[in-house]
Design a protein around this ligand. Structure first.
Ligand code: G3H
Ligand code: 13P
Ligand code: ZN
Length: 307
């Protein structure tokens, strides 16, 4: 059943577990995500970026998600706009039937971020849709970073408190050292958990971890075995994910792991069966691999067996 984002995340916030927010760009990824949630008995957030909406068309995004949520009526699912860049983009998603939107104005000065977020919150709440906002910049931090440099890029807990109080945003993504993609950290993985705990204490709302792919060994190996190049790429280790949830994160954004798992299977098929050109023979192993990644992750996040 399609529900608003805060219905899923407020429960996770009260009961201290994480819910995966999985990106999709096609029917195969969406099928894998729903089939995994069904298998793991987990609530679900599916998210489409502006790029995904451009690729599929917003009407297709909605109809695919409606179809899947009718197929699995027992799964509470929120449809979320990932990294909305303007009021107009968020309004379009709300009007089309998304049940959650993110306004990503974190690159603006604090006051402008707050004003734009408030504008989105006012509109979205009038239509019973939840809102996520972001504070700080998404980037990895190094061991030798100075306190001043850290303060300049990561979330400021005082600002987070004021931001939530004034904007009435439903959930907040505080930058604590993650970044998107396969190259999150320059050195060893490092997150500012102390800052996270402080933000949770001051805001007491669900928090969001962007760039939360872990690139576990099985995903890395399958990608490398089929000729993939990951260079020095690494993800957020599972124990960091668990620690983040303990510190108050409830929405965990995952895209890269799913892309890597899917593409490895497509590549394997192409290498092993050069004469094959039935698309389904390529995509089915991809769907199965993505499903396995998500089922395992739902167990790590603690959302498995919550429905
Ligand atoms: O945060 C970004 C997501 O992984 C979506 O990426 O803009 O390439 O669709 P995209
Ligand atoms: P990854 O691609 O690093 O998993 O991050 C996804 C994300 O944060 C989407 O908003
Ligand atoms: Zn993100």
């Amino acid at each position: 059943m399609l529900v608003k984002g805060s219905e899923i995340l407020n429960k996770a916030h009260q009961e201290n577990y994480g819910v995966g927010a999985f990106n999709f760009v096609n029917v195969e990824m969406l099928r894998a995500i729903f089939e995994a949630a069904d298998h793991a008995k987990s609530p679900l957030i599916v998210q489409a970026s502006e790029g995904a909406i451009k690729y599929l068309g917003i009407d297709m995004v909605l109809s695919l998600v409606h179809t899947m949520s009718k197929r699995y009526p027992h799964i509470p699912v929120a449809l979320h706009l990932d990294h909305g860049t303007s009021f107009e983009s968020c309004k379009k998603a709300v009007d089309a039937g998304f049940t959650s939107v993110m306004i990503d104005a974190s690159h603006h000065p604090f006051k402008e971020n707050l004003e734009l977020t408030k504008q989105v919150v006012d509109y979205a709440h009038s239509k019973n849709v939840s809102v996520e906002a972001e504070l700080g910049r998404l980037m990895g931090i190094e061991d030798n970073i100075s306190v001043d440099e850290k303060d300049a890029v990561l979330v400021n807990p005082d600002e987070a408190e004021e931001f939530v109080k004034v904007s009435h945003v439903d959930y907040l993504a505080p930058a604590i050292g993650t970044s998107h993609g396969a190259f999150k950290f320059k050195g060893e993985p490092k997150l500012d958990f102390e800052r996270l705990v402080e933000v949770k204490k001051r805001t007491n709302i669900p928090l969001v971890l962007h760039g939360a792919s872990s690139i576990p060994q099985s995903v890395r190996q399958a990608f490398l075995d089929t000729g993939g190049d990951l260079k020095g790429g690494k993800g957020v280790p599972f124990d960091f994910i668990t620690e983040s949830i303990k510190g108050g994160v409830n929405k965990i954004n995952i895209d890269t792991d799913l892309r890597l798992a899917f593409i490895a299977q497509v590549r394997k098929m192409a290498q092993e069966n050069p004469a094959e050109f039935d698309l389904r023979k390529y995509f089915n192993p991809g769907i199965e691999a993505v499903k396995a990644v998500i089922v395992e992750r739902m167990q790590v996040l603690g959302s498995a067996d919550k429905i």
